[in-house]
Design a protein around this ligand. Sequence first.
Ligand code: FAD
Ligand code: NAP
Length: 545
Amino acid sequence: MSSAVEKAREVDVVIVGAGFGGMYALYKLRNSGLNLAVIEAGSDVGGTWYWNRYPGARCDVPSIEYSYSFSDELQQEWNWTEIMAAQPEILSYANHVADRFDLRKDITFDTRVTAAHFQEADQRWLVTTDSGERISARFCIMATGCLSVPNTPEITGQEDFQGPIYHTGRWPAEGVDFTGIRVGLIGTGSSGVQSVPVLAEQAQHLTVFQRTPNYTMPAGNAPLSEEFIARAKQDYPEIRQQQRASQVGIVGYGFGFGGIAGMEEATNSILETTEEQRAAALEAKGFAAIRDYADIQIDPQANELGCEMYRQQVRRIVDDPDTAEGLLPRDYPLGCKRPVIDIGYYEAFNRDNVTLVDLRKGGIERITATGVATEQGDFEFDALVYATGFDAMTGALLSMDIQGRDNQRLSEHWQAGPKTYLGLQMSGFPNLFTITGPGSPSVLSNMLVSIEQHVDWIADCINYLDQQGLKTIEALPEAESEWVEHVNAVAEGTMFTAPSCNSWYLGANIPGKPRIFMPYVGGVGEYRRRCDEIADNGYQGFALG
Ligand code: FAD
Ligand code: NAP
C-alpha cells in the first residue's frame, strides 16, 4: 500500500469530469499556472452531450447563451445554426473548445475516479482511479455533473428481454437505426418527451409507457439567420452581463431559468382573470399564455387555474379524447419540476404508429422476452428505450468513496440529504470543491453561466490562498447549516416543494433518497452577489489554514 502511495502522481489540482465544468476549470486553472490532472470516465470531452446522444436530444435554452463567455474570440468565431442546438452541434462545440485550447493533453479519458481521501499528514487529496492510478493533489474539483448517473429502474424480467435495451443517458456513439422495428419507451420526462417525435418518425411502431404525464411547452426552435447571429455577437457583452445578473425568481410557470438574458418576469395574476379571458389568452397564444401569470408558482389556487388552461390546450391538440385524457397531468402542480420543452410531442400521439400506455390505469408488472406485461395487458416490441432519468445532483459524488477529515465519508455527511456551503464545499472536506453542487442555482439555471461562475470563484479562491501562503480552505459547520436553512427557506411556499411534487430536484425519483430540495432558488444574480461578498470579506464562513 505504501509503495502505491509513493507512486502517486503529484499535481496542484485534480479535476474529475471533462464536461463543460471540467473543461473550463482546466482552461482557467492552467492559465493560473497550476499543474493539473483531469480524469474523465468517457472517451472524450462534452459530458452530458457526450453521453446523451438519443434521437431528439437538444438544449432547452438558446444556444447563443448556452455557450462559454470566457473567450470573446471563441464566441465570435463559433456559429450556432438553431435557436436551440441539437446534441451533435453542442458536442461539436465542446470538441472545438477542446481543440482550440488544447485541453486534451491534460485529460485522462476512459478512466473513472473511484475514491478521494483527504490525507491529514500532508493536507492533500489522494485520488484513486479504476485504472489503479493514484494522484496526490492540493485541491480536488468535482466537476462530475448533476445529471451524469443514469437511473435504470429495476423492473423484474429485464434480463429476459430478447432485443436491445438502451438508456437515453448512455446512448451508443454510433447511433441506433430504428427503421422498421417496434420500439417501447419508458419515461416521459425531458428525455422521453424529446425522443418521442423523432422515434415516432423512425420506428414502425412506438409504444410510450407513461407513469406520470409531464407539463411540456413548445420549444419554439428555428434556424438562426446570419443577421441574428451577427447582432448577437455584437450584443454579447450586454447578453453576458444580463445572464450573470439574472434572477431565477418566481415568475409564473416560466419561472425564469436563471442565467438567461432578457427573461421577462411575469406580472399578471391568473386569479384576477375570468374564464373568458383565459380562453381568449389560450386562443391567442396557446401554451405560452400560461407563462404570463406570476401567481401560478406560489398560489395553489392560481396553479390549478393554470393547470386547467394547460389541460384545455392538450385536448385541443390531441385528436383522440382517450389519449388526450391519458396525457393530462393531474395531482401535481405546474412548475414543480424542471420545465420540459418539446418539438411536436403531443402531435406525435396523433400518428397511427404511436400508442400511449397510461400506467396510471395499471402499472408495469414485468419485462418479458418480447415486451412489457402490465396490469392492463401485454405490449410487444423489438427494442426498449429507458428515458428514466438520473440520480441527480448527488449521484455522481456519492458513487465515489469520498472521505474527508477523520475519514468521514461524504455518504455519512449527507445521510439525511446533501449539506453544503454555497453548493461549493462541504464542512470536513477541506480543499474539495463541487461545480454546480447542491445548494447552488445549478440545474435551475442556464448551467454554462453557473459553471463559469463557480470555476471563476474557485480559481480566485486558490489564487488568494497561494498569495496569502495558506494551505487549506474549509467550510465551517455553522456556515454550512445556515446556508442549508437559507436554501430551504427560499424554496418554501413555492410549487417546487409542494407536498404533491415528486421531482428529481427533491430526490423523489430515486427510491430511498432523502427528500430535500437541492438547488438554490434565490436567483443566479443574488447568489453571485453573495459568493462575491463572502470572498471579499476574506472568505467568511470558511476556515483558512
Ligand atoms: P457533465 O456534462 O455531466 O459532465 C460530468 C462529467 O464527469 C461526465 O462526462 C462524466 O463522465 C464525468 N464523471 C462523473 N463521475 C466521474 C468519475 N467518478 N470519474 C471520472 N469521470 C466522472 N443544462 C442547461 O443549462 N441547458 C440545457 O439545455 C440542458 N440540457 C440538458 C440535456 C440533457 C439531456 C441533460 C442530461 C442535461 C442537460 N442540461 C442542460 C444539464 C447539463 O448537464 C449541463 O448543462 C452541463 O452540460 C453540465 O456540465 P458538467 O460538466 O457540470 O457535467
Ligand atoms: P426525468 O425527468 O427524471 O424523467 C424520467 C421519466 O422516467 C419520468 O417520466 C419517470 O416517471 C419515468 N420513470 C422512471 N422510473 C420509471 C419506472 N420504473 N416505470 C415507469 N416510468 C419510470 O429524466 P429525464 O427525462 O432524463 O430528464 C432529467 C433532466 O435532464 C431534465 O429535467 C433536464 O434538467 C435534463 N434534460 C434536459 C433536456 C433538454 O430539454 N435540454 C433533455 C433531457 C434532459 P415518474 O415521473 O412517474 O417518476
